[in-house]
Design a protein around this ligand. Structure first.
Ligand code: ADP
Ligand code: ADP
Length: 218
């Protein structure tokens, strides 16, 4: 299956992507994760992306589209993929359709995680990431046993620079302005399906898998 996950920052895309991709047996491709890995390794791509990420803005389309095009050309994405956090603009969606058409294929479905803004702010401000293994925790909803320490690898937990309140506000503005219009792009193609992404993580996963069943090719 060729699947895109969309939703505001903090909707739970990364959390659900792991379970849904494992269930579908497809690679989980997160543009945010790829950018963060490049920032950590101080690559050219990371240096280009960092200033935008820190400000809560989107990395320019051209940079992002080229990165995703390269990733989708890798052999593991040949039979399907889950894209988390891409596309985030209409030009990115147009470029994705074109890339897939050039490869002789097309998207099957765009799954939107629907969560209201208050919940998104709660999820982002309590999110803590592990410096060691990358696991994502939440101070309230999925708290580690020891303060500031990862249960899985004993690594240090930190607050992403872009999860600070002033940057969260900017990211939500950017989402409304640049990403929400994807609904008008995918809606008429009959590829967009929304699910309620509130409640326990496991319940949302079941809802997602159940919804996707009707898009799986027989
Ligand atoms: P996104 O990738 O959309 O930005 P994440 O998957 O990183 O979102 O989730 C944001 C935060 O909310 C994380 O701290 C995560 O642990 C927490 N979270 C994810 N799903 C839920 C849920 N269903 N209920 C409560 N908290 C959640
Ligand atoms: P979140 O988990 O909160 O939804 P991500 O981890 O997906 O955030 O993305 C973090 C940052 O990486 C974004 O705020 C943006 O700066 C950059 N980024 C990720 N995906 C894209 C994209 N498709 N286009 C442009 N910038 C992106």
């Amino acid at each position: 299956m060729r699947l895109v996950l969309v939703g505001p920052p903090g909707a739970g895309k990364g959390t659900q992507a792991q379970f849904v991709a494992a269930h579908l047996a497809v690679p989980n491709i997160s543009t945010g994760e790829i950018f963060r890995a490049n920032v950590t390794r101080r690559t050219d791509l990371g240096l280009q992306a960092k200033q935008y990420m820190d400000a809560g803005r989107l990395v320019p389309d051209e940079v992002t589209i080229n990165m995703v095009r390269d990733r989708l050309a890798e052999p593991d994405a040949g039979d399907g993929f889950l894209l988390d956090g891409f596309p985030r603009t209409v030009p990115q969606a147009v470029a994705l359709d074109k890339t897939l058409a050039d490869l002789g294929t097309a998207l099957d479905v765009v799954l939107e995680l629907v969560v209201d803004e208050d919940e998104v702010i709660r999820r982002l401000s309590g999110r803590r990431n592990c410096r060691g293994c990358g696991k994502v925790w939440h101070l309230e909803f999925d708290a580690p046993t020891r303060d500031g320490i990862c249960d899985r690898c004993s690594g240090e937990l930190f607050l992403r620079d872009d999860d600070k309140p002033e940057v969260i506000a900017e990211r939500l503005r950017v989402y409304t302005r640049d990403t929400a219009p994807l609904v008008d792009y995918y809606g008429p193609q009959n590829k967009l399906v929304g699910i309620d992404a509130t409640g326990p993580v496991e319940d949302v996963t079941l809802r997602a898998i159940d919804t996707l069943r009707s898009y799986e090719k027989s």
